[in-house]
Design a protein around this ligand. Structure first.
Ligand code: UGA
Length: 436
């Protein structure tokens, strides 16, 4: 069986590496020359635990990486994993996916194989039926369901656990018509993921499931963040105990109830905006989704309020930010709340020093000489008047009284309650814990 993957971002490269490491005959295609050249050498374009190891194993087997689209000819399965970035009105930009499926259509025209094309890219309901399918049929002069299979196959992997999630997804969703291609796809996935539920539905529902999933996760986060703000006003109240306990109710579940500075990253904020935009377009006023987004946007103000309450005017104050990635175990800073905070503090003329175990290079590429970059926690805290922990990196748990001795003022705002169990000799505020 020959497999092609188009688009080597988090989803595409993780999938390619996992399948290649199992010895599958697979080709990964991307338009970016430099990215492909690096991947061929075993260098991943981003940090993701376990990815490098699997990529190397795959490269030692049958994995090919190329910018040459024609290599997908004669594939049995083609995955489309290109990005669908956000437009300024919140809707998604689908030019990359249009261009990818146009190229697939052209190749299909003279292809003897009858491949199954699986669209993993996140697209709003109706996109497959109204845009993708007509493009491929027009370019290939072939018929979906007869000459080739076309299936919506949304992805649920999380960055930082992308490899584990690719190997062991909690569900496989296959959306499309009940054809022989659907049966083949079901067989393919049940072989690589035995015992994992496979949901077979139509295109529109599969597309909607993806947005339902991410918007529900965002709702859980905004819910707990709002409750954490209330807890903060109750001396001694602790949001983690609240979350842990309600999480024991199986109807609620314990995951995604970690209060913090708000959800960031390249997916939840974008998908929330796209779903809100879509709902409005179909004539539904998405009151709950709007509130979730509004709550998320406001969360950063709580942090700024806490700093100003203690430091007064922030002009020329020296503040340290620990963690710039959008979450731990990644170097990804796209739509990171920490990056947002840095921008807001720079506008208030703060002198900023930042430290992140993995995301320094990406952070430098945005702020250049506007902020200072430390190479360790202790270096970042020298003469600082406030430390803000934005991301729960494991190594931040080691911070103790010795580490903060070099601060000019021992004032800590802990947005992830990393140090809440320690009694540090400091003026300590944690998001979600009422100061007694
Ligand atoms: C998210 C979804 O979790 C994946 O299921 C989905 O496949 C992916 O988007 C996507 O659409 O591609 P990801 O963007 O990697 O995955 O990040 P998450 O782990 O969901 O975290 C998003 C943000 O929420 C982060 O800023 C994180 O710190 C925050 N978060 C998460 C919280 O503040 N509290 C929590 O309890 C969980």
């Amino acid at each position: 069986m020959k497999i092609g993957v188009i688009g080597l971002g988090f989803v595409g490269l993780s999938l390619t590496s996992v399948l290649a490491s199992k010895g599958k005959d697979i080709v990964g295609i991307d338009v970016d020359d430099e990215k492909c050249a690096n991947i061929k050498k075993g260098i991943s374009p981003f940090f993701e635990p376990e990815l490098k190891k699997l990529l190397k194993i795959g490269l030692g087997k049958k994995l090919k990486i190329s910018t040459d689209f024609s290599l997908i000819k004669n594939s049995d399965i083609i995955f489309v994993t290109v990005g669908t970035p956000q437009r300024s009105n919140g809707s998604i930009e689908i030019s990359m996916i249009k261009s990818a499926v146009k190229d697939i259509g052209k190749i299909l025209k003279n292809d003897k194989k009858n491949p199954i094309i699986l669209i993993k890219s996140t697209v709003t309901p109706g996109t497959m039926q109204e845009i993708i399918l007509p493009i491929i049929e027009k370019e290939s002069r072939k018929k979906a369901g007869k000459d080739f299979g076309l299936i919506s196959n949304p992805e649920f992997l999380q960055e930082s656990t992308a490899i584990r999630d690719t190997k062991f997804p909690h569900v496989v969703v296959l959306g499309g018509y009940q054809t022989r291609y659907m049966k083949k796809a079901e067989k393919f996935f049940s072989e690589i993921h035995p015992n994992i539920p496979i949901v077979i539905t139509n295109h529109q529902t599969a597309e909607m499931i993806k947005y339902a999933n991410n918007s529900f996760l965002a709702t859980k986060i905004s819910f707990i963040n709002q409750l954490s703000n209330i807890c903060q006003k109750i001396p001694g109240a602790n949001i983690d105990d609240v979350a842990k306990t309600i999480g024991l109710d199986p109807r609620i579940g314990k995951l995604f109830l970690n209060a913090g500075p708000g959800y960031g990253g390249s997916c939840l904020p974008k998908d929330m905006k796209a779903l809100i935009n879509f709902a409005n377009r179909v004539g539904i006023n998405p009151t709950l989704l709007n509130a979730v987004e509004h709550t998320n946007n406001k969360q950063i103000q709580n942090i700024i309020h806490l700093i100003e309450k203690t430091l007064g005017s922030l002009k020329n104050k020296h503040i340290t930010i620990l963690g710039t990635a959008f979450k731990p175990d990644t170097d990804d800073i796209r739509d990171s709340i920490s990056i947002e905070l840095i921008k807001k503090l720079l506008a208030k003329k703060v002198t900023l020093t930042v430290y992140d175990p993995k995301a320094m290079k990406n952070t430098k590429s945005i702020f250049k000489e506007k902020i200072r970059y430390a190479d360790s926690i202790s270096h970042s805290l020298k003469n600082s008047q406030c430390m803000i922990i934005m991301v729960h990196w494991k190594q931040f748990e080691k911070i103790n009284d010795n580490s903060i001795n070099i601060m000019k003022r021992k004032f800590i705002i802990d947005c992830r309650r990393v140090l809440s169990g320690k009694k540090l000799n400091s003026n300590y505020y944690a998001i979600g814990i009422g100061k007694a």
